[in-house]
Design a protein around this ligand. Sequence first.
Ligand SMILES: Nc1ncnc2c1ncn2[C@@H]1O[C@H](COP(=O)(O)OP(=O)(O)O)[C@@H](O)[C@H]1O
Ligand SMILES: [Mg+2]
Length: 273
Amino acid sequence: MDRNPIFSLRGVEYTYPGASSPALRGLDLEISEGEWVALVGANGSGKSTMAKICNALLIPTQGHCFVMGCDTRDEALVPAIRRSVALVFQNPDDQIVASIVEEDVAFGPENLGLPSPEIRRRVDRSLELAGLTALRRSGSFSLSGGQKQRLALAGALALEPAALLLDESASMLDPEGRLSFLSCLGSLKRSGMTIVQITHRMEEAIQSDRVVVIDSGRAVWDGSPGDFFDGEYEKWSFEEPPGIALYRELLARGLLPGGTLPDADSMLDALCL
Ligand SMILES: Nc1ncnc2c1ncn2[C@@H]1O[C@H](COP(=O)(O)OP(=O)(O)O)[C@@H](O)[C@H]1O
Ligand SMILES: [Mg+2]
């Protein structure tokens, strides 16, 4: 069954005002409802620019970006597009607006003019999903970097968007925090959420449905995490995920049963236990 497209980027080019060269150079990409896509690429490859294009914060200088069929060039549709797609930035300090955690999460639904019981329901659910229920009365600015990132995620979830765009949103989490962030994305995915996860940490791409490599403002590779970790990532000079590095080390020391590196799918299965 074909799923509805959430994002359709057709030949998207974008040049920042005053910049001498484009940040996006003919980006073609289609992301469907319910997909969890990991978007990877070197610094400066255009990932954040693409996220802003997908949220209609930037409008293509050429080409089109459709969000659930709505062209972001149509100003009348921009408010609906912003309601459908929540963008979580890398730096949570840019997104915290209220001094108490639960008030910060309530800010978005309040702005939508929702009735109080609905706001409370959304705040409770989003805090729960982000693992922040115990900290709901804490001061937003006294949270750790990782907790602030989860607060930014909770704020986005409270908008109950159709899609989440996460721009390096787990970068400040410690390894344990990152695992719980990824398991939270797993439950969101199971609930039908479309997730575009921008990351430079290869291990975060392991659990996605699909990996897209962005290079110099274009989508240059698109496939399954299994194929990606079967050697594709080496071509783009990405760092090796620690789990896969461990397998290679065991193999080199003759400690791997059978003496061969398992195929990527078995490694991924083992790593995601
Ligand atoms: N506000 C801006 N003004 C001018 N150039 C920018 C701006 N933001 C990003 N760029 C440039 O656009 C290109 C893509 O940047 P970006 O989308 O932030 O990449 P990434 O998120 O992959 O690191 C880079 O060359 C960057 O220097
Ligand atoms: Mg970026």
